[in-house]
Design a protein around this ligand. Structure first.
Ligand code: AMP
Ligand code: ZN
Length: 458
């Protein structure tokens, strides 16, 4: 079955055909590094990882690019408010540059722990200021910009289909006088370059043909995506919040300069919610991977949890759900381990698996197929081989997993030896007492033909 993916731009499931087979260019909007990523952000990166793995499973060669937004980002989409890096700097006493570095490293660690395949290219906004300035100049020469006292703006009224991705009713916005436009000509116009003001001491600012300042928050993606993937590439993705503002603006910028809509497919992962509202850095209800670990849930439990819901539906967070995910993942690991060495995979299961992943990444169906495989009467070696094929997309690292080797304390080993001695001397009552003492300390003894074995009571 052909790979079919939901394209937000057309609001349709479309057959996926690469623009330059077998290569596939894929760009994902990356983290803003003024704080830790929360498990909602990570849900989006897990969705993108599954997408990449499915493309690779289909035999495509993916070039995966992710940006790091380490440059001043204002607290509001309306190009006003405070710079988040500067706020972070005040909160921690570190420089904006140090903050960006610390949270970038924390992010890299998180995605490693989640078995997210490392993108081929990481690009930092601050390493690409020249590319952003060049793109703004291109947009300017094409006549889509104007200047105000605080920056250079994109004139969205110049594009007849501005906001198509969001299905924005721009006329409705124009007449709605309640929208605070300030010096902007249209409520949907957005900053390409913002000027530093004389009374502020900014840690991150650069010279430009328009004056000292910093790039607006949409320009980095258009500039870096085009640099690494070309001005029209296969798939652009991000979280659902980007459907309304960020991605329409990326498209507008690229249309103005390159006359393309940047990507052939636009794909969006839906939100993780907690108590029925969005989990967000600014909302203050966020949970990190670190918090989960402290509560006894390793990162891959979070990956398992996320795969239980389709990426285009909202997912609610619950601790009970996390318990089930933890138990299920461990069950699966134990089965996979006990099945031993793989033989050859079952063609029937592989076919169904392909159909399900190619049906717009239907991972909940795939998880059901996994349990179906577990219960099937196929032999262990076939099950193992089939599951390992599935794991190329699931990404649970099942080939490497081993049950934890539990250290038996010296005290328990000593008691077990005394019991062995008592048995040899046929002091059965003593031996039983020692077994009971060991049991009370949390270990049990199994007598096997090779001798007594001690293991923790589960
Ligand atoms: P940020 O670091 O805030 O720019 O977000 C990084 C990525 O996470 C973006 O693709 C966002 O769309 C996405 N995102 C933000 N909040 C959530 C959430 N609650 N659930 C899923 N994805 C989210
Ligand atoms: Zn972006």
């Amino acid at each position: 079955m052909n790979l079919r993916l939901f394209d937000t731009y057309t609001r349709k499931l479309r057959d996926f055909e690469p623009l330059h087979p077998p290569e596939v260019g894929m760009y994902a909007c990356g983290p803003t590094v003024y704080d830790y990523a929360h498990i909602g952000n990570l849900r989006t990166y897990i969705f993108e990882d599954v997408l990449r793995r499915v493309l690779e499973y289909n035999g495509y060669r993916v070039k995966h690019v992710v940006n790091i937004t380490d440059v001043g980002h204002l607290t509001s989409d309306a190009d006003s408010g405070e710079d988040r890096m500067e706020i972070g700097s005040r909160r921690t006493g570190m420089t904006a540059w140090e903050i960006a570095e610390i949270y970038t490293q924390a992010f890299l660690t998180d995605i490693q722990h989640l078995n997210i395949l490392e993108p081929h290219i990481w690009c930092r906004a601050t390493d690409h200021i020249q590319e952003q300035v060049d793109l703004i100049q291109c947009i300017e020469s094409a006549g889509y910009t104007y200047q105000t006292t605080d920056g250079v703006y994109f004139d969205t009224s110049r594009l007849s289909d501005y906001g198509y991705l969001a299905r924005l009713n721009v006329d409705g916005l124009q007449s709605g006088a309640r929208v605070q436009a300030g010096e902007k000509r249209n409520p949907t116009d957005f900053a390409l370059w913002k000027f530093s003001t004389p009374d502020e001491q900014r840690q991150m600012e650069w010279d430009s043909p328009w004056g000292t300042g910093f790039p607006g928050w949409h320009i980095e993606c258009s500039a870096m995506a085009a640099k690494y993937l070309g001005a029209f590439f296969d798939i652009h993705c991000g979280g659902e919040d980007h459907i309304m503002v960020h991605h329409p603006n990326e498209i507008a910028q690229t249309q103005a300069c390159h006359q393309t809509r940047l990507a052939n497919f636009w794909m969006h992962g839906y939100f993780l919610q907690i108590d029925s509202s969005r989990m967000g850095k600014s909302v203050g209800n966020f949970i990190t991977l670190q918090t989960l670990s402290e509560q006894g849930y390793e990162p891959l439990v979070w990956r398992f949890y996320c795969l239980g819901a389709h990426y285009r539906s909202k997912l609610n967070f619950s601790w009970e759900g996390l318990d089930s995910a933890k138990a299920a993942l461990n069950r699966l690991r134990n089965y996979a381990f006990e099945w031993g060495d793989p033989g050859s995979a079952d063609e029937g299961y592989l076919k169904t698996f392909s159909e399900q992943i190619n049906d717009d990444l239907n991972m909940p169906r795939v998880l059901a197929l996994v349990w179906d495989l577990v219960k099937s009467d196929l032999d262990a070696a076939t099950k193992k081989a089939t599951l390992l094929e599935f794991d190329r997309v699931l990404g649970f690292g099942l080939a490497e997993w081993q049950p934890e080797k539990v250290q038996i304390p010296d005290e328990i080993i000593e008691l077990a030896e005394q019991r062995q001695q008592a048995r040899q001397e046929k002091h059965w009552a003593d031996a039983d007492e020692l077994r009971e003492e060991i049991r009370q300390k949390g270990f049990e003894i199994e007598d096997t033909p090779e001798g007594a074995r001690v293991r923790p009571i589960k």
